[in-house]
Design a protein around this ligand. Structure first.
Ligand code: GLN
Length: 235
């Protein structure tokens, strides 16, 4: 049976649990390494990634989280959760922050600026329309949001966002210096196998299509796992 865990150290975990509840699914709070063994998929919420990393370290969660991702169990990171899952994070105050990794991308923390530069934007997400129905657009809530600047070949881009002046929005981080005045699209939603990541916060909207999308991803694994058990049971 699929059991959805929500990393509940800090940030918008209650909002994810509420969104799951609206879909009739009970989200299980995860705070300790052993609790990861009881869930079949995991949502890592938005919040503040440095604080979340410190708490994860305090609870000795990193080895178990990395193992969870490495085993191919479905994981969805929103905002700070995306930063956590990235193989590489750049940008302000990154200084040695520990990451789970697994998602082959480079993410820039706080790419869109500080809290007061938070915004909402209509995103085009063809994948949601084809799998969940409804409109192709999704209203993204970006709060001190990161952006994905590079992805590996295994990564499917689900949504991007045109940044009018790459420099104007950004911090003083080095990777933005060379892009002064250039219009550029940054990536804000990706999928790599069973890893889903969004730079925005679907849990803060009434639109549950991303949660449904993730639940379908999670159930896929349940089906694979149960069929792979058959030969074992026949031995
Ligand atoms: N940029 C924030 C960080 O680095 C994440 C913001 C969010 O999750 N809303 O942690």
């Amino acid at each position: 049976m699929a059991i959805v865990g929500v990393l509940a150290l800090q940030g918008s975990f209650n909002e994810h649990i509420a969104a799951l509840r609206r879909l009739g699914v009970k989200g299980v709070e995860v705070r300790k390494p052993e609790q990861l063994q009881n869930v079949t998929s995991l949502i890592i919420p938005g919040g503040e990634s440095t604080t979340m990393a410190k708490l994860a370290e305090y609870h000795n969660l990193f080895p178990a989280l990395r193992e969870f991702v490495k085993m191919g169990k479905p994981v969805w990171g929103t905002c700070a959760g995306l930063i956590f899952l990235a193989n590489k994070a750049t940008g302000q105050k990154t200084g040695g922050q520990e990451l789970i990794g697994g998602l082959d991308c480079t993410v820039n923390r706080n790419f869109f600026g500080s809290q007061i530069q938070s915004f909402e934007a209509e995103l085009s997400v063809p994948e949601l329309a084809s799998t969940e129905g409804g409109p192709e657009t999704f209203r993204g809530v970006f709060i001190r949001a990161p952006a994905i600047l590079e992805v590996g070949s295994e990564v499917q881009v689900l949504a991007d966002y045109p940044v009018p002046s790459y420099k104007a929005l950004g911090s003083s981080s080095e990777d933005q210096e060379e892009n002064v005045g250039e219009e550029k699209k940054v990536i804000v939603a990706v999928r790599q196998g069973k890893i889903l990541a969004t730079a925005f916060h679907p849990e803060l909207t009434a639109d549950t299509r991303w949660h449904t999308y993730f639940l379908k991803m999670a159930n896929d694994v349940g089906e694979e796992a149960s069929t792979s058990l058959v030969p074992v049971l026949n031995l």
